[in-house]
Design a protein around this ligand. Structure first.
Ligand code: FMN
Ligand SMILES: CCCCCCC(=O)C(=O)O
Length: 364
């Protein structure tokens, strides 16, 4: 019986093959940011209010124009079929079962169309911009034609972060799997490795456009008929530029600590970004969210919703669709309980006053 999200990870550590386990759990270099994503939540305290009638607590909220059962959504993670044979199809079905949003990675091992077919739930597509702009345009158009409700353009990955276990393992996508969104002509061959790097880094260097700039955000917006969000914003400066660029939201993210190491935790910069956008667009967060109390703290500091990355992979590996559903149920129940114990009957009741620094000493 799993009692918390970390239990799913411990199960994967015992049972998942090394190549996949290391790829999923690793971060960049010394993984300072990976650890900080978790620890920074622990340095915040919740300031509970009492006598607030919490006999009925609702986690229902809105994500852009859609109603969702909870502000806990699913972040894009690549190559989910390494975790479970049904991969992204199972994740999408679980998200639909729990009426939440799934963000599908451009680098999924099930195609946009197959995921749309598997689940009628709310879905966004995460976008990587290829050097070949036609490949990129096709991804956007296919997602729209398949009913995906938004595009989350990842802006923190001009090159791949240096993940030491992947280099040592010479990471490869198992040969029976493919990056399913690409035709055989441009099918990703993530295999083998060049000396001193992972197979993934070599593929990124050959395909992904490191010249990506604000002009390309305008280009993506010119094609998209759905809202466009930027994933990977960590500063007030970039948050203000995002508003000027006319995007529909930003996701405060450091890519789960997998890109540049030693950047701050996402919860530490959330309020800076939230204040910078000044209510113009919604702000979301991912990175290190493992507890209902983490979700509560992020909402109190301005996030409209949060996204889970690795926990979905561990749960998927454990039991496919049922595993992801069980994991979502667990953290949703933790959020519901945190809300009840902090005196919040609805998401709108969670305010800035509900969170403070852990070592908060009253002025004498
Ligand atoms: C194995 C793995 C693959 C990922 N693949 C993608 C991806 O394809 N696109 C993307 O924008 N982010 C990707 N991410 C980053 C996640 O979307 C998210 O930012 C991060 O995992 C959140 O942190 P958490 O894992 O601590 O919840 C990936 C993360 C992991 C762990
Ligand atoms: C353009 C970079 C692709 C990275 C592959 C998937 C991913 O985001 C990851 O963190 O791994």
């Amino acid at each position: 019986m799993f009692a918390c999200l970390d239990d799913f990870e411990r199960h994967a550590e015992r049972t998942l093959d090394r190549n996949a386990l290391d790829y999923y759990r690793s971060g960049a270099q010394d993984m300072v940011t990976v650890r900080e994503n978790r620890r920074a939540f622990d340095r915040l305290c919740i300031r509970p209010r009492v006598l607030r009638d919490v006999s009925s607590v609702s986690t229902v909220t809105r994500l852009l124009d859609h109603s969702v059962a909870s502000p806990i959504c699913i972040a894009p993670t690549a190559m989910q079929r390494m975790a479970h044979p049904e991969g992204e199809l199972a994740t999408a079905r679980a998200a639909e079962r729990r009426a939440t949003c799934m963000v599908l990675s451009s680098w999924s091992t099930a195609s946009i169309e197959d995921v749309a077919h598997a689940s009628a739930g709310l879905k966004w597509l995460q976008l990587y911009v290829y050097k070949d702009r036609e490949t990129t345009r096709r991804l956007i158009e296919r997602a729209q034609d398949s009913g995906f409700a938004a595009i989350a353009l990842t802006v923190d990955t001009p090159e791949l972060g240096r993940r030491l276990p992947d280099i040592r393992n010479r990471f490869r996508l198992p040969p029976h799997l493919t990056m399913a969104n690409f035709s055989s002509a441009d099918k990703a061959q993530v295999g083998g490795s060049e000396e001193g790097n992972s197979g993934l880094a070599a593929y990124v260097a050959s395909q992904i456009d490191p010249s990506l700039s604000w002009a390309d955000v305008a280009w993506v917006k010119s094609i998209a008929r759905v809202p466009v969000l930027l994933k990977g914003i960590l500063t007030a400066e970039d948050a203000r530029l995002a508003v000027q660029a006319g995007v529909d939201g930003v996701i405060v993210s450091n890519h789960g600590g997998r890109q540049i190491d030693s950047v701050p935790s996402t919860i530490a910069v959330l309020e800076e970004v939230f204040c910078a956008v000044n209510g113009a667009i919604p702000v979301f967060l991912d990175g290190g969210v493992r507890r209902g109390t983490d979700v509560f703290k992020a909402l109190a500091l301005g996030a409209r919703a949060v996204f889970l990355g690795r926990p979905v992979l561990w749960a998927l590996h454990y039991k496919g669709e049922d595993g992801v559903t069980e994991m979502l149920d667990l953290i949703n129940e933790e959020l519901r309980l945190a809300m009840a114990l902090a005196g919040c009957a609805s998401i709108a009741d969670i305010t800035r006053q509900h969170v403070g620094p852990l070592a908060h000493l009253p002025r004498l």
